[in-house]
Write a protein that binds this ligand. Structure first.
Ligand code: IMP
Ligand code: MG
Length: 179
């Protein structure tokens, strides 16, 4: 796995420190609210698992699964709902947890769909942001790191379902996805 990585972009320690910081900020912002964290599978599970434990106010969690990428590295813009949320969202303060905001097409679609269900509020927490690639009008409310326009893997992020278990975030060697 390691020899497919061109460069380590964010170490385990850097990520852990940032997750703590974002967790503290969310805890302050959501005091007295009905926080419901929604993880977008599968890329955000690692961030979700760490972030929820850095949050000190009560919260519920749920998962949804959408597909926007095949095995390529570009968003198709077509979002398919593979698993929807299980509970009634009425009056809940949703925090959508994402691994990376790239074109923004996926989250733009999800945010719109969920806001039609009577939520009290919806915000977005993303570990990584690639603002250069934005094609939909979307800004994250909480963002860990801004990253360059490179394909990154690890800490939940995959290329063709691989590399999710790397504990750090690295830039994938282009020859892997150009092959
Ligand atoms: P968007 O609709 O273009 O914003 O796509 C967002 C989704 O694409 C993310 O949740 C990831 O699953 C995937 N994605 C975008 N960029 C990368 C990357 O650099 N590495 C791994 N997955 C990525
Ligand atoms: Mg994702």
């Amino acid at each position: 796995m390691e020899n497919a990585i061109q460069q380590i972009l964010l170490t385990e320690e850097q990520i852990a420190a940032k997750v703590k910081e974002i967790g503290a900020q969310i805890s302050r912002d959501y005091a007295g609210k009905n926080l419901m964290m929604v993880s977008v599978l599968k890329g955000s599970v690692v961030f979700m698992a760490d972030l929820m434990r850095a949050i000190t106010v009560p919260c519920q969690i749920d998962f949804m699964c959408v597909s926007s990428y095949g095995s390529g590295t570009n968003s198709s813009g077509v979002v398919k709902i593979i698993k929807d949320l299980d509970i009634n969202l009425h009056g809940l303060d949703l925090l959508i947890v994402e691994d990376i905001l790239d074109s923004g097409k996926t989250l733009h679609y999800i945010t719109k769909m969920l806001s039609d269900r009577g939520t009290a509020s919806i915000r977005i927490a993303t570990l990584l942001d690639k603002p250069e690639r934005r094609a939909a009008p979307l800004t994250p409310d909480y963002c860990g790191f801004t990253v360059p326009d490179e394909f990154v893997v690890g800490y939940g992020l995959d290329y063709d379902e691989k590399f999710r278990n790397l504990p750090y975030i690295g830039i994938l060697k282009p020859e892997i996805y150009l092959a």
